[in-house]
Design a protein around this ligand. Structure first.
Ligand SMILES: NC(=O)c1ccc[n+]([C@@H]2O[C@H](COP(=O)([O-])OP(=O)(O)OC[C@H]3O[C@@H](n4cnc5c(N)ncnc54)[C@H](OP(=O)(O)O)[C@@H]3O)[C@@H](O)[C@H]2O)c1
Length: 265
């Protein structure tokens, strides 16, 4: 019997933020399904090591070390995959980071970098690769947002707002592209065991330790959803219930609950 993943076997995928966490696990999952891969992030040594590991699945890999927060990065990435003659059929917009703390205490330079990566690069890359996908009548795009996108989150104010952008943009695009053969899914993970908290500058809180998921389960949920044409997915039952219950809460209470769950012990 044909499996859903047969559609991507032997095609090319591109994963941003492939050097660690969810992105690295996306690469492992896609390679196991027979997808050739372009790995993108800044830490080249990590990309090389992962590319070596993935080749054991018999797939072809390319690595591109690039800072995607640079304004010209998406154009450069597209130019390099075009010059290599690669038809990218699956794009995972995963590279991203958060910044923890009172917003006024976060230096603008760092926050600006975050917004460039978490918002601008996502739209820029999506437009460049999705246009080709629509022309070919085939493609899959996964936009990695966060459960934090579903509510205003004090101490992650700009990060959760950036992810709310990704959620709204991705779901709208999924609708716009219906009937084109291109499927867009927003993947909104809850707390996941990666380098995220270390990079954001937060020690794990009780809620984090209670609900933390492995990246493998997160990536499987994302791949399954995009291959089924679902516009949005939240991995994990607890995360699903938490996001759903927000619908019954006034918005200012949502901010209070977000703050309480993020609070260090
Ligand atoms: N872990 C969680 O709890 C969680 C929850 C919800 C959503 N998310 C989202 O999941 C995505 C993946 O994060 P993660 O949890 O896997 O964290 P992670 O382990 O820190 O991985 C982040 C990835 O993004 C890459 N990256 C960061 N800055 C970059 C830049 N300027 N240019 C290119 N690549 C860059 C990093 O590679 P280099 O440093 O080598 O460039 C790394 O590969 C992010 O969008 C994050 O917001 C995570």
């Amino acid at each position: 019997m044909a499996r859903n993943t047969d559609k991507i076997r032997g095609r090319w995928g591109l994963v941003t933020g492939a050097s660690s966490g969810i992105g690295a696990d996306f690469c492992r999952l896609l390679a196991e399904e027979g997808m050739h891969l372009v790995l993108v992030a800044r830490r080249e040594d990590r990309l090389k090591a992962l590319a070596d590991e993935l080749r054991t699945h018999g797939v072809v890999t390319r690595i591109i070390a690039l800072d995607l927060a640079r304004p010209d990065a998406a154009a450069e990435l597209k130019r390099r995959t075009d010059e290599a003659g690669l038809e990218i059929d699956l794009l995972v917009n995963n590279a991203g980071f958060g910044l923890y703390g009172p917003d006024l205490e976060i230096p603008w330079e760092r926050e600006h970098e975050m917004l460039e990566l978490d918002i601008v690069a996502v739209v820029d890359l999506t437009k460049r690769y999705a246009r080709d996908m629509v022309r070919r009548g085939r493609g899959w795009i996964i936009q990695v947002a966060s459960v934090g996108a579903y509510q205003a989150s004090p101490t992650y104010a700009a990060y959760s707002a950036a992810k709310a952008f990704v959620l709204s943009y991705g779901e709208a695009l999924a609708y716009e592209l219906r009937g084109t053969g291109v499927s867009v899914t927003v993947l909104s993970p809850g707390v996941t065991r990666t380098e995220f908290l270390e990079v954001s500058g937060q020690a794990p809180a009780f809620y984090h330790r209670l609900t933390m998921m492995d990246p493998r389960a997160v990536t499987k949920a994302g791949l399954d959803a995009v291959l089924r044409g679902r516009p949005s997915v939240i991995p994990g039952l607890v995360n699903k219930i938490a996001a759903f219950s927000l619908r019954f809460m006034p918005r200012r209470w949502q901010a209070v609950t977000a703050h309480l769950t993020m609070k260090p012990d």
